[in-house]
Design a protein around this ligand. Structure first.
Ligand code: TXA
Ligand code: MG
Length: 355
């Protein structure tokens, strides 16, 4: 199949809407990451998303809408959802809602709830409006790869597999939407994103965060969000996170980098802009400013994809404070590292041995 990459002209949007109505797949920009869309009410179209991504069939999709009326007959809106919809839609917040039989099992992997989101990106909104359908769309990457934040990333993964990519430039947020369960007791963040815990709590009071956001699932633990079970965001090389004071972290990163290179690895460090100069002989990759987790969010997936292109085998990274958007950054960085973390103090001990 020939994959077209088109700027979002009115003609291209009309072509994209027609493809969706015919049951085909279209990749399109949102404010978070690029999505791979299909008509959410056409089970065959939805199943073709799973094939294109190589996605496990038990990992449910998000249904995208442009107006609340589209939800009529598809879901029951939980009371707790209403003030959040009023405050954060359109925007990077996905809400779980009990669904009716009109939503195909293919979208929800058979679950009783469906994840719903109203994106704010103008191209996503125009596409949703002109096709007139709810659109099921996961991130437009091959399963396991970092989500695409540019049309070039989508092309890397989907060339020859889908008919059309709408190119809307780089995504603003750069990490996927916040997924919030408002169906069971205290609202719970299943996946942190651009709408932070602090922002949600201002509107609805206490919100919990699923345990698996900052650590691996424990043996026998049931994932509240199926996506949490899978290896994700991970580059081919081994990633190790280094925690500690600024001075110790920089010294530990240098030491880890040198030890890895001495063992024949192709090593690099991921660091804040403020530290790139001090780490200039350690192949530094700039995560943005230490004081701006939004900037790190915007760059992270591009940096992770670049590591594979350049063939790095040993990657050592600084960490951010898991607060505000920093929680989403640490969730993605943690999963990229398989949650492997070391303290800088430990690395600097004279008897420290690399594993
Ligand atoms: O920002 C985003 O959310 C992007 C853009 C394209 O909208 N989409 C996205 O979709 O990230 P995806 O499929 O890559 O991630 C959806 C996440 C998965 O972790 C999935 O397990 C979870 O949402 N999810 C979907 N439906 C669910 C449900 N009914 N219950 C629990 N988790 C659900
Ligand atoms: Mg995804």
């Amino acid at each position: 199949m020939q994959t077209k990459l088109l700027k979002p002209t009115p003609e291209a949007l009309a072509e994209a809407a027609a493809l969706l109505r015919r049951g085909e797949l279209v990749a399109f920009p949102t404010e978070t990451v690029y999505g791979l869309g299909a008509n959410a009410l056409d089970a065959d179209a939805v199943l073709s998303i799973f094939r294109a991504k190589g996605r496990p069939a038990d990992n449910p999709l998000i249904m995208h809408i442009h107006s609340e009326e589209q939800l009529d007959g598809l879901v029951t809106i939980p009371d707790m959802a209403r003030p959040l919809m009023a405050r954060f839609w359109p925007g990077p917040l996905t809400l779980l809602m009990p669904r009716t039989a009109a939503v195909p099992d293919a979208v929800t992997a058979g679950l009783a709830t469906v994840a719903v989101r109203m994106p704010s990106h103008p191209i996503a909104r125009r596409l949703l409006e002109s096709c007139g359908l709810p659109v099921a769309a996961p991130s437009a990457n091959r399963s396991g790869k970092p989500s695409p934040t540019t049309a070039a990333h989508v092309l890397e993964d989907m060339d020859g597999i889908i008919p059309l990519i709408l190119d809307g430039g780089p995504c603003e947020v750069g990490l996927e939407s916040t997924v919030l369960d408002v169906c069971h007791g205290t609202p719970c963040i299943l996946r942190p994103g651009g709408v932070t815990r602090e922002m949600l709590e201002e509107v609805i009071g206490p919100v919990t965060v699923a345990g698996s956001v900052l650590r691996p699932l424990r043996e026998g633990e049931v994932a509240r969000s199926p996506g949490m079970r899978y290896r994700h965001y991970a580059p081919e090389g081994a990633v190790l996170l280094v925690e500690g004071s600024e001075a110790e972290t920089l010294e530990a990163l240098r030491r880890l980098y040198r030890a890895a290179e001495a063992e024949g690895e192709k090593a690099c460090v991921l660091c804040f802009s403020e530290h790139a100069h001090a780490l200039s002989d350690c192949a530094p990759h700039d995560l943005g400013s230490i004081s701006c987790p939004e900037e790190t969010a915007g760059r992270l997936f591009d940096v992770l994809r670049g590591l594979d292109r350049d063939g790095y085998t040993a990657i050592f990274s600084e960490v951010v404070n898991p607060e505000g958007v920093g929680l989403a950054v640490m969730n993605r960085l943690g999963r990229a590292a398989g949650f492997h973390t070391v303290s800088a103090t430990e690395v600097l001990r004279p008897d420290h041995k690399e594993e």
